[in-house]
Ligand binder design. Structure first.
Ligand SMILES: Cc1cc2nc3c(=O)[nH]c(=O)nc-3n(C[C@H](O)[C@H](O)[C@H](O)COP(=O)(O)OP(=O)(O)OC[C@H]3O[C@@H](n4cnc5c(N)ncnc54)[C@H](O)[C@@H]3O)c2cc1C
Length: 382
């Protein structure tokens, strides 16, 4: 049986996140974006309310909830403001490879710090010369006595300026391609670790994005995730099976916010003697926007549900992420169109939402990369 009805706990969580978005996110979203201000207090409040990092298991101090609960919350947070949602989700992404690949002792340390002390973390994989092609990473971690010495640079790291620790993918065997990659935890105050300047991005400007540099950074062996070399690439990629449904949920929330603004405006704005929505061309635009949002949510829920059921969801997560991200871009662009000249002004939120949408087609695997994944999955038996 397929049941699309949420249970009482899920409804309650969704409502809690929605109220938080109304009270603590929307009133500040324009200010955060205009001033490129990191929403540190709001992230801290969301943590205290218990709506972040829901997938950390109870035995490590977390809520132990599923991907389904996370996507419900993330749609609401992004409805509030996509930049806030991205900034707040960075820690959950960094925790994903710890949950799947770390030793019991490592989980007790790092996951507890997030769940109980509100520590923030970043997922550091991309490099100046390696984005879609992760295997081209050049950062190395070479064993020297009881320490690994890390050298290299990571690029576009969300939350870097505020994170307490980082999940870092580095090559322990530079000759072995992706098989020679290992995951490490690096704390922000480690000698030789430094931050680059904050990027000036097109949208989602409250989210802090910057490079990080490793200049002979020494970490002890117990910072090697899982306690053994290699397997880092697989672990880093597995994180996407959990995170992509959540990015799809962000995209759905962004599209929904854009659509709601456009629908409201179409009832207020008169042209040729009637409200905009009474012109069929506009009404059909609104209808198509709504259909794509509904479809985005269904793909998101399906991939989240598969993750919770222990079903391999690599393909469904790619469908959800690709479709929802493209929908966010299309719907927010159409919302600007429905607002006409006013849509082009930063006076109204639809311009900010359209700028925010673009990165959803780029990060966490671009829309092209999602198609590559889907293509690989559907042809693998040939
Ligand atoms: C705001 C922001 C936040 C980010 N946060 C993080 C983070 O927290 N951690 C992290 O590790 N990374 C992060 N990233 C990096 C992001 O994941 C990469 O930018 C993304 O994977 C694309 O890599 P690239 O920029 O190097 O583009 P490239 O890989 O150089 O690709 C350029 C273009 O070519 C396309 N392309 C590449 N290869 C192919 C192919 N084989 N076939 C067809 N098309 C192809 C891509 O889709 C893209 O459109 C972030 C990026 C941004 C912009």
């Amino acid at each position: 049986m397929v049941n699309f009805k949420l249970d009482d706990m899920q409804e309650g969580l969704k409502e809690l996140a929605h109220e938080f978005a109304i009270d603590e996110i929307r009133p500040h979203a324009e200010h955060w974006d205009e001033n490129s201000e990191y929403p540190k207090d709001a992230i801290s409040k969301a943590h205290d309310l218990g709506i972040l990092n829901l997938h950390i298991p109870e035995q490590y101090g977390g809520m132990g909830l599923g991907c389904m609960e996370e996507v419900l919350v993330n749609e609401e947070l992004a409805w509030g403001d996509p930049g806030f949602a991205t900034a707040a989700y960075a820690t959950a992404l960094a925790c994903a490879p710890i949950i799947t690949g770390a030793t019991e002792e490592q989980k007790q340390i790092w996951l507890r710090r997030v769940a109980e002390e509100g520590h923030l973390a970043s997922y550091a994989v991309t490099e100046p010369g390696a984005g879609s092609d992760v295997a081209a990473c050049k950062t190395t971690a070479i064993l020297d006595g009881d320490d690994y010495v890390i050298n290299g640079e990571k690029m576009w790291i969300t939350g870097a300026g505020y994170s307490d620790f980082f999940f870092v993918l580095a090559k322990t065997d530079p000759e072995a391609g992706y098989r020679g990659m290992s995951g490490f935890i690096v704390e922000k105050d480690t000698d030789g670790f430094s931050l680059g300047k904050k990027e000036t991005n097109m949208g989602q400007r409250c989210s802090d994005t910057r490079s990080i540099v490793f200049d002979n950074v020494r970490v002890s062996k117990d910072h090697l995730i899982g306690g053994s070399e290699s397997g880092g690439w697989m672990n880093a990629m597995k994180a996407f099976d959990v995170s992509r449904p959540n990015i799809a949920a962000h995209a759905t929330g962004l599209a929904r916010a854009s659509y709601e603004h456009a629908l409201q405006y179409s009832n207020e704005r008169m042209t040729f003697g009637k409200p905009l929505h009474q012109h069929q061309a506009i009404q059909f635009m609104l209808a198509d926007m709504k259909t794509k949002i509904e479809a985005s949510r269904m793909l998101t829920w399906k991939s989240a549900n598969e993750s919770d059921e222990g079903i391999r969801n690599t393909e469904s997560a790619a469908h959800a992420k690709r479709f929802a991200a493209d929908t966010a871009m299309e719907v927010s662009t159409d919302a600007v169109q429905i607002f006409g000249g006013y849509g082009y002004s930063e006076e109204y939120p639809v311009a900010r939402l359209m700028r925010a949408a673009k990165v959803m087609q780029i990060y966490e695997g671009s829309s092209q990369v999602q198609r590559m994944i889907i293509g690989r999955e559907i042809t693998k038996d040939f």
